[in-house]
Design a protein around this ligand. Structure first.
Ligand SMILES: *Cc1c(COP(=O)(O)O)cnc(C)c1O
Length: 359
């Protein structure tokens, strides 16, 4: 694909716009088209639609360039999670956050219940405990910041300890995006994304990805994807790449809005606690008056949409414990806000008024 020379050391915003383009030749399209093909004429590298597709490949080039590795796309974030967790041997020890995306926690619980792995769930903010847990581990799973608790891990220190124990280090980088954090540069072996969220960014496509700078690991993971078939749809890959082109603008605006809202929310008497790590577009609040007040809040706004998922251009929110699968370590009255790219004053007047109404 990108066989025209790319200047080295391009900055991330430029990479988001320029990576994964067709060759710059007369009459070539500027954008990688949607290639609808289940099979390819024999004799090349691709051969069959489960093994590769030019539209996925363009997305993979762009994401790989942003993360500093090579990417593989999957049908969803959880398909990517499952593929990574399957790297470890039978009965291996996996260290993971006690609070993380609930689908990841559920997969680990399912693997443990079937005797496939043994898990050691840690508080990712307790670096010493994480380092101690790395002993005997085969894989250390980090999510930073965590969903929805917004805890931040010391990736560099934990990765060093994990490598000493011979373990793989994985970081789910869905919340930070490669613009705010590049885990491979901090020592991680693998990065996982729910591309459904910020990368695609418009709440219209499900997709996942794994990124690594280790070619041997990439080959193993590609082999698993070929075998299990958790491949993305071509339209989804196109939408994710289209979304990625504006990632820097969306993240910048969402982050600016989130920082301002976090500041104002801290002043509001209906809000008992504000969790904001100081970067990114997600803010979690704990309502002072409990879960009922949190549920009421989600029904009282006109701009903010009550929905699950996150990372789209639109501002959305949800009381996470409405799901029985959410870990009990998440407060019952916690509402996760996915701050969008609207005008912050409109977002605040809608949210602030709804909070005032709680009385
Ligand atoms: C949503 C999410 C996932 C799962 O991704 P899907 O695309 O929904 O399968 C994994 N990790 C995090 C942090 C998420 O927010």
């Amino acid at each position: 694909m990108a066989d025209h020379p790319q200047p080295a050391e391009l900055r991330p915003s430029t990479v988001a716009v320029t990576a994964g383009r067709p060759p710059r030749e007369a009459d070539q399209p500027l954008n990688t088209p949607i290639t609808m093909a289940s099979t390819f004429v024999a004799g090349g590298d691709r051969e069959y639609g489960r093994w590769g597709n030019p539209t996925w490949q363009a997305f993979e080039e762009a994401l790989g360039a942003l993360e500093g590795g090579r990417a593989l796309s999957f049908s969803s974030g959880l398909a990517a999670v499952a593929t990574v967790l399957d790297l470890v041997g039978q009965g291996a020890k996996v260290v993971a956050p006690r609070t993380a995306y609930n689908g990841t926690i559920l997969q680990l619980a399912d693997l443990e219940a079937r005797g496939r792995v043994v898990t050691d769930l840690v508080d990712v903010t307790d670096t010493a405990a994480c380092v101690a847990a790395c002993d005997d581990a085969a894989l250390v799973w980090l999510e930073s910041p965590t969903n929805p608790s917004l805890e931040v891990a010391d990736i560099e220190t934990i990765a060093a300890a994990a490598h000493e124990a011979g373990a793989y280090v994985v970081v789910d980088n869905t919340f930070a995006t490669p613009l705010l954090q590049q885990p491979l540069r901090l020592g991680a072996d693998l990065v996982v994304h729910s591309a459904t969220k910020y990368l695609a960014g418009h709440s219209d496509a499900l997709m996942g990805a794994i990124v690594t700078a280790d070619d041997e690991l990439l080959g193993v993971l590609k082999g698993r994807r070929d075998l299990l078939g958790a491949v993305p749809g071509t339209l989804e890959a196109y939408l994710a790449l289209r979304g990625l082109r504006t990632l820097h603008l969306r993240v910048e605006r969402a982050q600016a809005n989130a920082g301002e809202l976090a500041r104002r929310l801290r002043e509001h008497p209906a809000v008992g606690e504000v969790r904001y790590p100081g970067f990114g577009g997600i803010v979690s609040i704990v309502l002072a008056q409990g879960a009922l007040a949190a549920d009421l809040l989600t029904r009282k706004t006109s701009l903010w949409v009550h929905t699950t998922s996150l990372g789209g251009v639109e501002s959305t929110f949800e009381r996470r414990r409405r799901w029985k699968s959410e870990p009990a370590s998440v407060p019952d009255a916690l509402v996760r806000l996915s701050v969008g790219i609207e005008d912050v004053e409109d977002l605040w007047s809608d949210l602030g008024r709804a909070l005032d109404d709680l009385g």
